[in-house]
Design a protein around this ligand. Structure first.
Ligand SMILES: [Fe+2]
Length: 243
């Protein structure tokens, strides 16, 4: 066994939408983008650390507008490979959050946010096939196959294309929107949930890795023990349908 390469986590986004960057021996892995229009600020902050050409992978935790809004800008400006769930490409090409029947808001503040926001579209993007690696099952481990200690986790429930990353060296899970710790989220529940049973099973999966910290896409990192503490609220939870 050679030396296990270290991974350093950087964050160049904001409390509202995080932009985690993983510094690895093969280059930088960006975890998601942000809302449309955010590319200039992202580029500026990224280039204070590295040239944009250092970006080798863009890991898309799911297709929502606040995660892929400037994915097209990043794809056009780099040679980075996009890693995403097999269901995500079609949603990204549609340019709209997929909100299936049965899905809804997990809290009243969340539903008010949805009412105010109204627009869940983003620039539609057809990804070039030679720049994409899709994840269909837990066997698809693009980073481990490169020798990196980064495991892709399938975390459906918020959406069916939700995926995250497990970093065993530091005990950190980057969960995308499989959990949330911002002001309008209650009990670490993400404000939108497609399927509560799936969402709960994804929490169980995260807990099974015995992580120390969870880094959500929205809000602050939190102790992984919170998932166990708030898990029972998901059983039989009634979602508020979108208006
Ligand atoms: Fe989301």
């Amino acid at each position: 066994m050679g030396r296990i390469p270290g991974i350093t986590i950087h964050e160049i986004g904001s409390y509202v939408v995080r932009n985690y960057l993983l510094e690895t021996p093969v280059g930088i892995i960006a975890v998601d983008t942000g809302y449309s229009g955010g590319f200039a600020k992202f580029k500026d902050r990224f280039e204070k650390k590295w040239p944009l050409s250092a970006l080798r992978y863009i890991f898309v935790t799911h297709h929502h507008d606040d995660h892929v809004g400037f994915l097209g800008d990043l794809v056009a400006s780099t040679q980075a490979t996009v890693v995403l769930h097999q269901s995500a490409s079609e949603y990204i090409a549609n340019g709209r959050n997929n909100m299936p029947p049965g899905g809804g808001y997990s809290s009243l503040p969340g539903s008010l946010f949805g009412l105010v926001k109204k627009d869940f579209s983003f620039p539609p993007l057809t990804l070039p096939a030679d720049r994409v690696v899709t994840v269909a099952s837990q066997d698809d481990q693009v980073f481990e196959s490169l020798g990196l200690p980064i495991r892709v986790l399938l975390l459906p429930g918020h959406t069916d294309d939700s995926i995250g990353l497990w970093l065993p060296q530091t005990g950190i899970i980057l969960c995308g929107d499989a959990a949330m710790n911002a002001v309008i989220s209650v009990a670490r529940h993400t404000i939108w949930i497609d399927d509560t049973a799936e969402f709960g099973r994804s929490w169980d999966k995260m807990v099974s890795y015995h992580p120390k910290l969870i880094y959500p896409a929205h809000g602050n990192p939190f102790e992984a023990s919170d998932l166990a503490k708030y898990r029972h609220y998901l059983d039989g939870k009634q979602l508020i349908p979108p208006k």
